[in-house]
Ligand binder design. Structure first.
Ligand code: AIR
Length: 408
């Protein structure tokens, strides 16, 4: 064996199930750490399959494909929550190191199990109702729950929803019943009380099997059309004691559940300043994309460190406030090619850090993001204006401040 192969053989192999943008960006960090992330992707054109030399084409729903992808890998981890729990348990029974383990991941896959467990641990959650099981009884439970909350409720699919899919914000009985009665037999629903909130926050942490924990500054997330559009890091005007409480809640939960890797705890800050847990994700998360340019250790590197049980990296911000703005597919993809849009953005905003995922432009689909890292004395408003201007340009080929390049 030659030297290169001998040295490669000592480096770990991490398999990520799913070939989306989260796997693609994890791959970037794997390269820096001397690894090649193996991905199980549905097709060769998936964002991560485009860049990984070690792609296994297959389905996360097939145990056989999962076993092929896990073969010889040090650990198996995830870019989405969609892998059936029984397959994860089968891999674990084979002796595969599944991280996060199925015991923890099931709480990120099943919102009803998550709510129940969180409440059991004494963490603040909105009031909720279990609408699983017998449809007639569940309909009765919905009527009772809706009535108690003045129909100020949300219906959620217990499994499978993300980026606004599988969530219905409702205001009256007729709308709630229309959703409930129209749902297919496979979808299990739950109901939650709407929280009177000031804003949404995210506490992003990482935990290693050794038990080391690390927390990035708590951020504010701004949602549009039910999905994250902009992230302000750190959350402006957040009382240090509240930020610390959010971090402690996330770290404690990760410990209690045995989470390994990056975990995002999405929170509501209520109008009276309390925190309520909304969702959990046990993987790199949109609310952590700012760390790629704005923190000493990015969430993608940290996820690899954590699943491989390396010591964790520093989570400090590198400069002033950071704003991340998602590039979302426009309602009508612009005539101008993405490449030309990139040229124009680079010409006008040389400081913009561009991250594109190699995805087709479908309306509202996350196809990339832009980070603007402010100077220590920058105002958040000014940094945010730049980030949103850049992301809107990449989405639509329109400058939202009316600017037009002259002399072309
Ligand atoms: N993802 C997973 N859960 C939430 C999100 N945003 C990422 C993963 C997944 C990709 O989004 O990287 O593979 C799927 O994106 P799309 O646009 O193809 O649905």
């Amino acid at each position: 064996m030659d030297d290169v192969h001998r040295s490669l053989m000592t480096m770990p192999v991490v398999t990520m199930i799913g070939g989306g943008q989260l796997a693609r960006m994890t791959h970037q960090s794997a390269i820096a750490l001397g690894q090649c992330l193996r991905v199980l992707a549905a097709s060769e054109t998936d964002p991560a399959a485009q860049v990984s030399a070690d792609t296994v084409i297959g389905s996360h729903d097939s145990l056989e494909d999962l076993r092929r992808a896990a073969q010889g890998a040090n650990v198996v981890t995830f870019d989405h929550e969609g892998v059936p729990l029984e397959h994860l348990e089968a891999l674990e029974a084979d002796g595969v190191a599944v991280r996060p383990p199925s015991e923890a991941l099931r709480f990120a896959q099943d919102k009803l199990a998550m709510r129940t467990r969180l409440r059991g641990l004494g963490l603040p959650v909105p009031d909720f109702a279990d609408l699983s099981g017998d449809r007639v009884a569940a309909r009765e439970a919905l009527l009772g729950f809706g009535g108690r909350h003045g129909w100020n409720i949300v219906l959620k699919a217990v499994r499978g929803g993300y980026d606004g899919r599988g969530v219905w914000l409702l205001d009256d009985e007729a709308a709630a019943l229309a959703v409930f009665d129209g749902i297919d037999d496979e979808t299990v629903l739950m109901a939650e009380a709407k929280v009177a909130m000031r804003r949404e926050l995210s506490a992003l942490i990482a935990r290693s099997p050794f038990g080391q924990g690390a927390a990035w500054p708590v951020v504010e997330t701004i949602q549009r059309h039910g999905q994250c559009a902009v992230v302000l890091a750190p959350a402006p005007g957040l009382a240090p004691a509240v930020a610390e409480r959010a971090q402690q809640m996330a770290l404690r939960l990760a410990d209690e559940l045995g989470v390994v890797g990056v975990m995002a705890m999405e929170l509501f800050e209520t109008v009276d300043g309390a925190l309520v847990v909304n969702e959990l994700a046990m993987r790199p998360h949109n609310s952590g994309h700012w760390t790629m340019d704005g923190a000493v250790t990015s969430q993608f590197e940290q996820h690899l460190r954590a699943v491989l049980d390396y010591p964790l990296g520093a989570t400090d911000p590198v400069a002033g406030p950071v704003v991340m703005a998602n590039v979302l597919g426009a309602p009508q993809p612009p005539q101008m090619s993405m490449d030309e849009r990139v040229h124009h953005l680079m010409a006008r905003m040389p400081e913009a850090k561009i991250h594109l995922y190699g995805k087709g432009e479908r309306p509202d689909r996350k196809i990339g993001h832009v980070n603007i890292v402010g100077a220590p004395d920058s105002s958040l408003e000014e940094v945010r204006e730049r980030a949103e201007r850049a992301a809107t340009w990449l989405s639509t080929a329109i400058w939202n401040d009316g600017w037009e390049a002259h002399g072309e």
